[in-house]
Ligand binder design. Structure first.
Ligand code: BGC
Length: 452
C-alpha cells in the first residue's frame, strides 16, 4: 500500500507502528443543553461559545504506567512506534499549560481524567489523584477557562484490560463506579463532560480494512499483554474486537450519563464521536452502510444525551467497495489523509440533523510540520462553524486538537498536531503562529461575561 493511496491517517498510523515494531522499536460551564437548530441571525458566535484546545491524559501527562496502553507499548511484539514515556509531562506542568492557553485567548480546555491513576487496582480509588485533578480544574477556573472533561479517552487501567476491557460484560458497571466516585469528588468544578472519547473508533477503524499482517501483529501484541498480566484476554479500545466491544461501550455511555447527571454539578453530558466527512462517489456507494455501522447507534446515544461531540479531521470518499483514494494530487497531512478542512461543516450538519441536539466541536485539527498549513486549515474550518451557525445549527464550541505536540498513539511523537511545540528533551513549550492565530480569533469573539 502506498501513502496517499488508500491510506488515511489511521491506516498510516497503524502501518507506521507495525514498521517500527518490525525494525525493533522499543517494545516493552455549567451550561444546560438546549434545543438544537434555533435560528440565529447572521451566524455570529453566540455568547458563551467555547473556544478551546484539547489534550488527553495518556498523550500529554507522562509516565502513565498503570494504563493498558503503557502495557501495550512495552510488550513484545508491539505495534507502537515508541513509548509514551514522559509525554509532555503535563502531570507536573498543567499550571503553566493552562496559564499559557488562557494567555493565548482561549476560554476552555478539554482534557481527560486518567482512570488508571485514579483507580490503579479494582475498587481502590486514590484520593491524592482525585485531588490532583481537583487542582487542575481549579487552575482552569482561576484563569477563566471552562474545563471540558472527558471521563475516558483511549486508555483504561491495566487491570480492566486484563479482565477483557470493553469486551467484558461487566465493563459498564466498572466504568459507572469509577464515574460515580470521580463525579462526587470533582463534579462541582466541571463545566462540560463527556463519558467516552470516540467509542465508535473501533468501528471506523474496521472500515479501513487493515491488512492481515497488521491484524496479526495486533493480535500478537494483545496475546503478549495477556500472558504478561496472567489474563486470558487483554483488550483495549485501540486494539480490541470492535463487534464485542460495541454493546458494552453503548451501555457504559448510557449508565455513565445517568451517574454524571446525578451530580454534584449541573453540566451538560455527551459523547465525543469520531466522524469523518464520508462522501459517496460513483454508483452503489457504501456510504449508507458505513454510516449505519460507524455512527448510527452512537448518534442515537448522543440524541439521548445533552449534546453530540463532533471530532473531525477530514473526509473519506466511499465507493461501491468501500473507501477509495483521495483525488490525484491532493495535499496530504502527516497522517496520510487529505487536507480537507471543509469536512467539519459537513459533519456538524450531519450530527446536528441526526441528533437534534447541540453540537460541541470537541476535536478538529491537522498533523503537519508546516504551521502555515495549520493556519490555513483552521481558517476554513472555523468559517465552516460560522456557516453552520448562520444556518441555525446550535454549535457551542470549537475546540482544536491539540494544544501541544503530543504522543500520537501508535505513531509516537512524530505527527505534529500542536498549536504549541514541545522540545522532547527539555519539555520547553514554543508557541507556533497558529496558536496566536486561533487565540486571537477566540479573543475577538469571546464573551467572558457569559462564558460561565
Ligand atoms: C483522538 C485523539 C488523537 C487525534 C489525532 C482523535 O481521534 O481523540 O486522541 O490524537 O484524533 O489523531
Amino acid at each position: 500500500m502506498k501513502v496517499g493511496g488508500l491510506l488515511n491517517r489511521r491506516d498510516l498510523l497503524a502501518w507506521a507502528g507495525l514498521a517500527a515494531a518490525a525494525l525493533g522499536a522499543p517494545s516493552m460551564a455549567n451550561t444546560a443543553g438546549g434545543a438544537a437548530n434555533s435560528k440565529r441571525p447572521g451566524g455570529a458566535f453566540p455568547p458563551g461559545f467555547l473556544w478551546g484546545v484539547a489534550t488527553a491524559g495518556h498523550q500529554v501527562e507522562g509516565s502513565n504506567t498503570n494504563s493498558d496502553v503503557w502495557a501495550l507499548e512495552h510488550v513484545k511484539p508491539t505495534i507502537f512506534a515508541e513509548s509514551s514515556g514522559d509525554a509532555c509531562d503535563q502531570y507536573h506542568r498543567y499550571r503553566e499549560d493552562i496559564a499559557l492557553l488562557a494567555s493565548l485567548g482561549f476560554n476552555s480546555y478539554r482534557f481527560s481524567l486518567e482512570w488508571s491513576r485514579i483507580e490503579p487496582a479494582p475498587g481502590e480509588y486514590l484520593l491524592a489523584e482525585l485531588e490532583h485533578y481537583r487542582r487542575v480544574l481549579a487552575a482552569c477556573h482561576e484563569h477563566g477557562v471552562a474545563p471540558v472533561v472527558t471521563f475516558n479517552h483511549g486508555t483504561t487501567p491495566r487491570w480492566f484490560a486484563a479482565l477483557g476491557g470493553w469486551e467484558n460484560p461487566q465493563s459498564p458497571e466498572l466504568f459507572a463506579k469509577y464515574c460515580e466516585r470521580v463525579v462526587q469528588h470533582l463534579g462541582d468544578l466541571i463545566n462540560v463532560a463527556s463519558t467516552l472519547n470516540e467509542p465508535n473508533i473501533p468501528m471506523v477503524i474496521r472500515w479501513l480494512k487493515l491488512p492481515p499482517a497488521l491484524i496479526a501483529a495486533q493480535a500478537g501484541m494483545l496475546r503478549s499483554a495477556a500472558s504478561a498480566s496472567g489474563s486470558e484476554r487483554f483488550s483495549s479500545m485501540l486494539a480490541g474486537d470492535e463487534q464485542k466491544m460495541q454493546p458494552q461501550l453503548l451501555r457504559a455511555h448510557r449508565d455513565a450519563y445517568t451517574v454524571l447527571k446525578s451530580g454534584p454539578g449541573k453540566f451538560p453530558v455527551g459523547v465525543n464521536l469520531a466522524i469523518i466527512d464520508d462522501q459517496a462517489v460513483g454508483p452503489d456507494s457504501q456510504l449508507d452502510k458505513k454510516r449505519q455501522e460507524c455512527y448510527a447507534a452512537w448518534l442515537d446515544a448522543a440524541a439521548q444525551s445533552d449534546y453530540v461531540g463532533v471530532q473531525t479531521y477530514g473526509r473519506s470518499l466511499i465507493g461501491k467497495d468501500g473507501p477509495v483514494q483521495p483525488p490525484a494530487g491532493a495535499e496530504l497531512t502527516q497522517m496520510g489523509e487529505e487536507f480537507y478542512p471543509r469536512a467539519l461543516a459537513n459533519t456538524i450538519r450531519y450530527a446536528a440533523a441526526a441528533t437534534r441536539k447541540p453540537v460541541y466541536v470537541t476535536e478538529n485539527g491537522i498533523a503537519t510540520e508546516d504551521d502555515a498549513r495549520r493556519v490555513a486549515y483552521i481558517k476554513v474550518a472555523v468559517q465552516g462553524v460560522e456557516q453552520c451557525l448562520a444556518e441555525g445549527i446550535d454549535v457551542r464550541s470549537y475546540i482544536h486538537w491539540s494544544l501541544l505536540d503530543n504522543f500520537e498513539w501508535l505513531f509516537g511523537f512524530r505527527p505534529k498536531f500542536g498549536l504549541v511545540a514541545v522540545d522532547r528533551k527539555t519539555q520547553v513549550r514554543s508557541i507556533k503562529p497558529s496558536a496566536h492565530f486561533l487565540g486571537a480569533m477566540a479573543r475577538e469573539h469571546d464573551d467572558r461575561k457569559n462564558a460561565f
